[in-house]
Design a protein around this ligand. Sequence first.
Ligand code: PXP
Length: 254
Amino acid sequence: MTHAPYLRLGVNIDHVATIRNARGGRHPDPVRAAKLAVAAGADGITAHLREDRRHIRDEDMARLKAEIDKPLNFEMAATEDMIAIALRTRPHAACLVPERRVERTTEGGLDVVGQRSLIENATKTLAGAGIRVSLFIAADRDQVEAAHAVGAPVIELHTGAWCDALAAGEDDVAAREFERIRIAAAFARILGLEVHAGHGLDFATAETIATLPEIVELNIGHFLIGEAVFEGLDNAIRTMRAAMDRGRQNVKAA
Ligand code: PXP
Protein backbone atom coordinates (compact mmCIF):
# COMPACT_ATOMS: atom_id res chain seq x y z
CA MET A 1 0.00 0.00 0.00
CA THR A 2 1.21 3.54 -0.73
CA HIS A 3 -0.10 6.83 0.55
CA ALA A 4 -2.91 8.26 -1.57
CA PRO A 5 -4.84 11.49 -1.09
CA TYR A 6 -8.32 11.39 0.42
CA LEU A 7 -10.98 10.37 -2.11
CA ARG A 8 -13.96 12.74 -2.01
CA LEU A 9 -17.51 11.58 -2.68
CA GLY A 10 -19.73 13.96 -4.62
CA VAL A 11 -23.35 12.83 -4.47
CA ASN A 12 -25.43 13.67 -7.53
CA ILE A 13 -29.07 14.24 -6.55
CA ASP A 14 -30.54 14.70 -10.07
CA HIS A 15 -32.72 11.63 -9.86
CA VAL A 16 -34.46 12.73 -6.69
CA ALA A 17 -35.73 15.53 -8.91
CA THR A 18 -36.58 13.00 -11.63
CA ILE A 19 -38.95 11.26 -9.20
CA ARG A 20 -40.40 14.57 -8.04
CA ASN A 21 -41.02 15.68 -11.61
CA ALA A 22 -42.81 12.43 -12.45
CA ARG A 23 -45.77 13.78 -10.47
CA GLY A 24 -45.12 17.52 -10.33
CA GLY A 25 -45.28 19.14 -6.92
CA ARG A 26 -42.40 19.30 -4.48
CA HIS A 27 -41.87 15.78 -3.22
CA PRO A 28 -39.27 14.34 -2.98
CA ASP A 29 -37.19 17.49 -2.54
CA PRO A 30 -33.64 17.22 -3.98
CA VAL A 31 -32.38 19.82 -1.49
CA ARG A 32 -33.59 17.68 1.41
CA ALA A 33 -31.76 14.73 -0.19
CA ALA A 34 -28.63 16.85 -0.53
CA LYS A 35 -28.74 17.76 3.18
CA LEU A 36 -29.20 14.12 4.08
CA ALA A 37 -26.31 13.16 1.80
CA VAL A 38 -24.04 15.68 3.53
CA ALA A 39 -25.07 14.34 6.94
CA ALA A 40 -24.26 10.80 5.72
CA GLY A 41 -20.75 11.83 4.65
CA ALA A 42 -20.93 13.31 1.15
CA ASP A 43 -18.05 15.71 0.58
CA GLY A 44 -19.99 17.69 -2.00
CA ILE A 45 -23.23 17.81 -3.94
CA THR A 46 -23.48 17.57 -7.71
CA ALA A 47 -26.47 18.58 -9.80
CA HIS A 48 -26.92 18.80 -13.57
CA LEU A 49 -29.14 21.58 -14.86
CA ARG A 50 -30.02 20.23 -18.28
CA GLU A 51 -31.25 22.39 -21.09
CA ASP A 52 -34.62 20.58 -21.03
CA ARG A 53 -34.85 20.80 -17.18
CA ARG A 54 -35.89 17.16 -17.08
CA HIS A 55 -34.70 16.80 -13.47
CA ILE A 56 -32.97 19.69 -11.71
CA ARG A 57 -34.59 23.10 -12.20
CA ASP A 58 -33.23 26.60 -11.83
CA GLU A 59 -34.78 27.09 -8.38
CA ASP A 60 -33.22 23.80 -7.19
CA MET A 61 -29.78 25.08 -8.14
CA ALA A 62 -30.35 28.37 -6.32
CA ARG A 63 -31.62 26.57 -3.20
CA LEU A 64 -28.74 24.07 -3.26
CA LYS A 65 -26.26 26.94 -3.30
CA ALA A 66 -28.08 28.75 -0.49
CA GLU A 67 -28.83 25.79 1.77
CA ILE A 68 -25.95 23.33 1.43
CA ASP A 69 -22.78 23.88 3.41
CA LYS A 70 -20.55 21.63 1.26
CA PRO A 71 -19.15 22.45 -2.18
CA LEU A 72 -21.71 22.54 -4.98
CA ASN A 73 -20.65 21.10 -8.33
CA PHE A 74 -22.82 22.49 -11.15
CA GLU A 75 -22.86 20.16 -14.17
CA MET A 76 -23.73 22.05 -17.31
CA ALA A 77 -23.38 22.35 -21.05
CA ALA A 78 -21.06 25.12 -22.25
CA THR A 79 -23.89 27.29 -23.55
CA GLU A 80 -24.40 31.02 -23.03
CA ASP A 81 -27.59 30.43 -21.01
CA MET A 82 -25.94 27.96 -18.66
CA ILE A 83 -22.85 30.10 -18.20
CA ALA A 84 -25.10 33.03 -17.24
CA ILE A 85 -26.89 30.86 -14.65
CA ALA A 86 -23.58 29.58 -13.28
CA LEU A 87 -22.30 33.14 -12.95
CA ARG A 88 -25.42 34.05 -10.97
CA THR A 89 -25.32 30.90 -8.83
CA ARG A 90 -21.57 30.96 -8.12
CA PRO A 91 -21.13 27.27 -7.34
CA HIS A 92 -17.79 26.03 -6.03
CA ALA A 93 -17.24 24.11 -9.27
CA ALA A 94 -18.69 23.76 -12.75
CA CYS A 95 -18.29 20.53 -14.67
CA LEU A 96 -18.73 21.06 -18.40
CA VAL A 97 -20.48 18.14 -20.06
CA PRO A 98 -21.71 17.46 -23.59
CA GLU A 99 -25.47 17.50 -23.89
CA ARG A 100 -27.78 16.14 -26.52
CA ARG A 101 -31.48 16.56 -25.99
CA VAL A 102 -32.49 13.03 -26.86
CA GLU A 103 -29.91 11.19 -24.79
CA ARG A 104 -31.02 9.41 -21.60
CA THR A 105 -27.90 10.50 -19.75
CA THR A 106 -24.54 12.09 -20.58
CA GLU A 107 -23.48 9.51 -23.11
CA GLY A 108 -19.97 10.51 -24.03
CA GLY A 109 -17.21 12.83 -22.98
CA LEU A 110 -16.78 16.42 -24.03
CA ASP A 111 -14.93 16.85 -27.32
CA VAL A 112 -12.40 19.39 -26.11
CA VAL A 113 -10.18 18.73 -29.14
CA GLY A 114 -12.99 19.48 -31.61
CA GLN A 115 -14.58 22.37 -29.69
CA ARG A 116 -11.47 23.93 -28.35
CA SER A 117 -12.32 27.63 -28.59
CA LEU A 118 -15.86 27.14 -27.21
CA ILE A 119 -14.54 25.21 -24.21
CA GLU A 120 -11.63 27.55 -23.70
CA ASN A 121 -13.90 30.61 -23.61
CA ALA A 122 -16.35 28.95 -21.23
CA THR A 123 -13.50 27.82 -18.98
CA LYS A 124 -12.01 31.33 -18.87
CA THR A 125 -15.35 33.00 -18.15
CA LEU A 126 -16.21 30.62 -15.32
CA ALA A 127 -12.70 30.62 -13.87
CA GLY A 128 -12.72 34.41 -13.98
CA ALA A 129 -15.70 34.31 -11.62
CA GLY A 130 -13.78 32.10 -9.19
CA ILE A 131 -15.53 28.87 -10.24
CA ARG A 132 -13.33 25.77 -10.43
CA VAL A 133 -13.83 24.29 -13.89
CA SER A 134 -13.78 20.60 -14.59
CA LEU A 135 -14.12 19.02 -18.03
CA PHE A 136 -15.94 15.69 -18.34
CA ILE A 137 -13.93 13.73 -20.89
CA ALA A 138 -13.29 10.22 -22.10
CA ALA A 139 -10.05 8.64 -20.91
CA ASP A 140 -8.25 9.67 -24.05
CA ARG A 141 -4.77 11.20 -24.18
CA ASP A 142 -5.71 13.84 -26.78
CA GLN A 143 -8.69 15.01 -24.72
CA VAL A 144 -6.57 15.16 -21.55
CA GLU A 145 -3.95 17.23 -23.37
CA ALA A 146 -6.61 19.54 -24.80
CA ALA A 147 -8.22 19.98 -21.36
CA HIS A 148 -4.86 21.04 -20.01
CA ALA A 149 -4.25 23.33 -22.97
CA VAL A 150 -7.53 25.24 -22.52
CA GLY A 151 -6.61 25.97 -18.92
CA ALA A 152 -9.04 23.73 -17.02
CA PRO A 153 -7.61 22.82 -13.60
CA VAL A 154 -9.67 19.63 -13.30
CA ILE A 155 -10.85 16.77 -15.50
CA GLU A 156 -13.52 14.20 -14.72
CA LEU A 157 -12.91 10.90 -16.49
CA HIS A 158 -16.00 9.22 -17.91
CA THR A 159 -16.28 5.75 -16.34
CA GLY A 160 -19.48 4.80 -18.21
CA ALA A 161 -17.90 2.59 -20.90
CA TRP A 162 -15.99 0.63 -18.26
CA CYS A 163 -19.07 0.18 -16.04
CA ASP A 164 -21.25 -0.79 -19.02
CA ALA A 165 -18.74 -3.43 -20.17
CA LEU A 166 -18.60 -4.92 -16.67
CA ALA A 167 -22.39 -4.99 -16.43
CA ALA A 168 -22.57 -6.76 -19.82
CA GLY A 169 -20.03 -9.36 -18.68
CA GLU A 170 -17.57 -8.21 -21.36
CA ASP A 171 -14.52 -8.71 -19.19
CA ASP A 172 -11.91 -8.11 -21.89
CA VAL A 173 -13.50 -4.82 -22.92
CA ALA A 174 -13.83 -3.84 -19.26
CA ALA A 175 -10.16 -4.60 -18.61
CA ARG A 176 -9.14 -2.44 -21.59
CA GLU A 177 -11.43 0.42 -20.49
CA PHE A 178 -10.05 0.31 -16.96
CA GLU A 179 -6.50 0.42 -18.31
CA ARG A 180 -7.44 3.48 -20.40
CA ILE A 181 -8.75 5.20 -17.27
CA ARG A 182 -5.62 4.27 -15.31
CA ILE A 183 -3.29 5.60 -18.00
CA ALA A 184 -5.29 8.80 -18.56
CA ALA A 185 -5.40 9.53 -14.82
CA ALA A 186 -1.65 9.07 -14.47
CA PHE A 187 -0.98 11.22 -17.56
CA ALA A 188 -3.30 13.98 -16.33
CA ARG A 189 -1.49 14.10 -13.00
CA ILE A 190 1.83 14.47 -14.80
CA LEU A 191 0.33 17.53 -16.54
CA GLY A 192 -0.74 18.86 -13.12
CA LEU A 193 -4.48 18.34 -13.59
CA GLU A 194 -6.73 17.32 -10.68
CA VAL A 195 -8.51 14.11 -11.64
CA HIS A 196 -12.10 13.14 -10.84
CA ALA A 197 -14.17 10.25 -12.20
CA GLY A 198 -17.80 9.35 -12.55
CA HIS A 199 -20.73 7.86 -14.42
CA GLY A 200 -22.36 4.51 -13.82
CA LEU A 201 -20.40 3.74 -10.65
CA ASP A 202 -21.78 1.32 -8.05
CA PHE A 203 -20.30 -0.08 -4.83
CA ALA A 204 -17.98 -2.54 -6.60
CA THR A 205 -16.74 -0.21 -9.34
CA ALA A 206 -16.25 2.66 -6.87
CA GLU A 207 -14.12 0.35 -4.74
CA THR A 208 -12.02 -0.61 -7.78
CA ILE A 209 -11.57 2.92 -9.08
CA ALA A 210 -10.53 4.05 -5.59
CA THR A 211 -7.34 2.01 -6.09
CA LEU A 212 -6.14 4.64 -8.59
CA PRO A 213 -4.30 7.17 -6.41
CA GLU A 214 -4.48 10.01 -8.97
CA ILE A 215 -8.27 10.15 -8.70
CA VAL A 216 -9.35 12.38 -5.83
CA GLU A 217 -13.12 12.69 -6.36
CA LEU A 218 -15.94 10.42 -7.52
CA ASN A 219 -19.32 11.81 -8.57
CA ILE A 220 -22.07 9.25 -8.15
CA GLY A 221 -25.81 9.60 -8.60
CA HIS A 222 -28.09 7.11 -10.28
CA PHE A 223 -26.93 4.01 -8.41
CA LEU A 224 -27.10 5.71 -5.00
CA ILE A 225 -30.60 7.07 -5.55
CA GLY A 226 -31.74 3.67 -6.83
CA GLU A 227 -30.16 1.90 -3.87
CA ALA A 228 -31.84 4.39 -1.54
CA VAL A 229 -35.19 2.85 -2.53
CA PHE A 230 -34.10 -0.36 -0.80
CA GLU A 231 -31.68 0.73 1.90
CA GLY A 232 -32.36 4.42 2.43
CA LEU A 233 -30.11 7.20 1.17
CA ASP A 234 -28.17 7.44 4.41
CA ASN A 235 -27.22 3.73 4.33
CA ALA A 236 -26.46 3.78 0.62
CA ILE A 237 -24.02 6.67 1.07
CA ARG A 238 -22.36 5.13 4.12
CA THR A 239 -21.91 1.83 2.27
CA MET A 240 -20.46 3.71 -0.71
CA ARG A 241 -18.06 5.59 1.57
CA ALA A 242 -16.90 2.30 3.09
CA ALA A 243 -16.37 0.79 -0.39
CA MET A 244 -14.27 3.78 -1.44
CA ASP A 245 -12.22 3.59 1.75
CA ARG A 246 -11.59 -0.14 1.21
CA GLY A 247 -10.42 0.58 -2.34
CA ARG A 248 -8.14 3.36 -1.11
CA GLN A 249 -6.44 0.91 1.24
CA ASN A 250 -5.48 -1.19 -1.79
CA VAL A 251 -3.80 1.57 -3.76
CA LYS A 252 -1.02 0.13 -5.86
CA ALA A 253 2.26 1.90 -6.41
CA ALA A 254 2.22 3.60 -9.82
N1 PXP B 1 -20.36 12.85 -13.61
C1 PXP B 1 -20.93 13.46 -14.66
C2 PXP B 1 -20.13 14.50 -15.36
C3 PXP B 1 -22.25 13.15 -15.08
O1 PXP B 1 -22.78 13.78 -16.14
C4 PXP B 1 -22.98 12.22 -14.33
C5 PXP B 1 -24.40 11.93 -14.71
O2 PXP B 1 -25.17 13.07 -14.50
C6 PXP B 1 -22.36 11.62 -13.23
C7 PXP B 1 -21.05 11.92 -12.90
C8 PXP B 1 -23.09 10.64 -12.37
O3 PXP B 1 -23.40 9.51 -13.09
P1 PXP B 1 -24.36 8.43 -12.44
O4 PXP B 1 -25.67 9.10 -12.20
O5 PXP B 1 -24.41 7.35 -13.45
O6 PXP B 1 -23.72 7.98 -11.14
